[in-house]
Design a binder for this molecule. Structure first.
Ligand code: P6P
Length: 353
């Protein structure tokens, strides 16, 4: 029988807490994940480092909103969406495009802030990914200190494919996402991502400037306590939504739900992901197709929800199955735990939808 090898003693100079709780950074986590996929190159982790670097730069500026002129207020222009651009919208978009363009595996970038996608591949054979993102979602909340976020969706694409319009390279259903995630700039800065193997959260440790694993393998609770919707538009919601919300308020699911609505999708979804419940943005009179964008808001959120055991629909079908026709197209979304979403499905059936 071989001599059991002595476990090497933990060197004295490592503080006890470090020995008890090893730090896992997001880069380490990605590399560990990639080891599960033979043949996966390190290009994905290098690509993701472009996103983590960008969001650290955004976080640094969000944290100083109110102290520096560059971080608050509007620039006096509107973006392709016709929305007033905040200074931080422009900054966040510039750093996201710059940092990701330097990653040789990136072929195409599509941003909420740019009408058309950007081809950044050049002739590099390594270029295989398209990244669709909202550099700063909910930016109108910055001046009042409310959480904002960055969202991203990563697809494989072939920059060599002859297309009439660059959008064709990334107009793929959400089921084709190879990864998706967000960063919420809230009471702490948290990166949440999935590469199809569960959902994992990393908190930015300002002491060391690194995203450290803090929420491994997040599971959305089967049932929560809150619904999250902008009730100001309730009169114009389709009837099935009003019926559903009424059921939640009156205890039809075994408890009377409370309401939480921050008005920043990333923050409202992050709470739903961790605590359960349901987040919804229904069709309204002002936005008959819903307000949220399919490619860089609904799809990332839907992939995360499903990977965490939740459900995400457009109201009548799975978000991830929608075949997009425009990178900025909108969609209604209902996204939550199994219990809430089963009841919503039942309401749609009873409504004959
Ligand atoms: P409303 C922020 O502007 C945003 O795009 C999402 O982050 C958020 O969920 C939604 O719009 C809020 O819209 O109409 O409720 O103000």
């Amino acid at each position: 029988m071989t001599e059991a090898t002595e476990q090497p003693a933990v060197p004295d100079e490592i503080p006890a807490v470090a020995a008890q709780r090893p730090i896992t950074t997001v880069q380490q986590h990605i590399l560990d994940q990639q080891r599960r996929f033979p043949g996966a190159s390190g290009s994905f982790s290098w690509l993701l480092s472009g996103i983590t670097l960008t969001t650290k730069m955004i976080a640094a500026r969000v944290r100083r909103a109110g102290l520096i002129d560059e971080a608050t207020g509007a620039i006096g222009a509107t973006n392709v969406q016709g929305e007033v651009q905040q200074k931080l919208d422009v900054y966040a978009n510039q750093v996201m495009v710059h940092n990701l363009s330097l990653r040789e595996s990136v072929a195409v970038l599509a941003s909420e802030e740019n009408e058309q996608p950007l081809l950044v591949a050049g002739e590099d054979p390594m270029a295989q990914y398209g990244i669709i993102f909202d550099p700063l979602d909910g930016s109108s909340n910055i001046d009042v200190g409310v959480s904002v976020g960055t969202t991203f969706s990563i697809l494989k694409c072939d920059p060599g494919r002859k297309v009439n319009d660059l959008s064709e390279l990334v107009l793929q259903p959400g089921t084709r996402q190879v990864a998706a995630g967000y960063v919420v700039y809230g009471s702490s800065v948290i990166l949440v991502y999935t590469a199809g193997n569960g959902v994992h959260g990393f908190t930015l440790d300002p002491a060391i400037g690194a995203y450290v694993l803090s929420h491994e393998n997040i599971r959305m609770p089967q049932q929560g306590k809150y619904y999250s919707v902008n009730e100001a538009y309730a009169d114009s919601f389709p009837e099935v939504y009003r019926t559903y919300l009424d059921r939640l308020r009156k205890g039809a699911l075994g408890q009377k739900y409370g309401s939480r609505y921050i008005g920043s999708m990333v923050a409202d979804f992050h709470r739903t992901l961790l605590k359960g419940g349901v987040f919804l943005y229904p069709p309204t009179a002002e936005n008959p197709d819903g307000k949220l964008r399919l490619m860089y808001e609904a799809n990332p959120v839907a992939m995360l929800a499903e990977q965490a055991g939740g459900v995400a629909t457009t109201g009548d079908r799975r978000v991830l199955d929608v075949m997009p026709t425009d990178i900025h197209q909108r969609t209604p979304i209902v996204c939550g735990g199994q219990v809430e979403m089963e009841d919503f499905r039942r309401c749609t059936i009873e409504a004959g939808l």
